[in-house]
Design a protein around this ligand. Structure first.
Ligand code: FES
Length: 281
């Protein structure tokens, strides 16, 4: 019930979040496009896990401690902690922007609300940090951290919805049952060098013939579900048409983000009864 009310409140922000999201995304895409390897790094391609999700725990933990230190009058420790909170918050924000570039629809709307809450929260923290330099009165700086912390907590809730309710940056194959047995493919012919969509039982694959070998990956991109069979071949990789993640045809390994996950790979062989059959590698 509470979640429904909160989600209604979040989604009501679409009036301003949608146009702002479109503008922000265009600006961020223009920044990240020429530095794709850095964006991949921020997405977490190297780690096999979204970097943003890992970094967000740091400022929240540190800021919780700052609240306590302020209450205890441990001013020096609180000031150092706040500086660290601001820096780690900034790092989490930069990684989040790299993920934000590839959002769309309701995910982008909620991610925009999330981002705005975090930016405003960060402003409160920075102002508090500046006031601490020579303020004898510690009330205003401490109050600003409480306010910033409240906004960041609200932002964290919205960010959680983006991941847990909408599945952003979640592996699209997390719950898929493995195709363990050889299963007939519903295609009679696989043309050379053309990504070809095929069904094997309930699974949809993309097939790419290279001479006598047929490479097969799951058709649904691990990043956000784009159809790889509508993608482009780039050497021994296939590029997703939605956000240009790339996967090796031989092993399904991610070679370009934003995906942080590999693509399920399948073996293909000629069936004794004619045609082709596949099973998960
Ligand atoms: S769906 Fe995003 S790269 Fe494939």
């Amino acid at each position: 019930m509470l979640a429904r009310v909160l989600n209604r409140l979040i989604d009501a922000q679409a009036v301003w979040a949608d146009p702002l999201g479109g503008l922000l995304q265009r600006i961020l895409a223009a920044i990240f496009r020429p530095i794709r390897p850095i964006k991949d790094f921020l997405n977490g391609k190297w780690l096999g896990h979204p970097v943003h999700a890992a970094l967000t725990d740091l400022p929240i933990g540190i800021l919780t401690l700052v609240l306590v230190l302020d209450l205890l009058g441990q001013t020096q420790a609180a000031d150092v902690g706040l500086a660290l909170g601001v820096v780690t918050m900034l790092a989490a924000m930069v990684a989040g922007y790299a993920d934000y570039v590839d959002t769309f629809g309701l995910v982008r709307t909620r991610a925009t609300v999330h981002a705005v809450l975090m930016v405003v929260g960060q402003v409160f923290l920075v102002v508090s940090l500046a006031l601490r330099r020579d303020a004898d009165d510690r009330f205003a700086p401490a109050l600003l951290v409480w306010l910033g912390y409240g906004l960041i907590t609200a932002g964290a809730y919205v960010g959680g919805e983006v991941v847990y309710a909408l599945g952003n940056m979640v592996d699209r194959h997390a719950w898929r049952t493995k195709l363990a047995k050889w299963t007939p493919l519903d295609v009679a012919d696989v043309p050379e060098g053309v990504p070809t969509r095929a069904k094997a039982g309930a699974q949809t694959l993309v097939l790419v013939r290279r001479g006598d070998v047929i490479h097969a990956l799951h058709d649904t991109c691990a990043h956000a579900g784009g159809p790889l069979s509508k993608g482009t071949l780039v050497g021994d990789q296939i590029e997703c048409p939605w956000h240009q993640s790339r996967f090796g045809l031989r092993d399904g390994h991610r070679t370009q983000g934003p995906t942080t996950y590999d693509q399920p790979r399948f073996e293909v062989r000629a069936a004794a009864t004619g045609g082709w059959e596949a099973r998960q590698a």
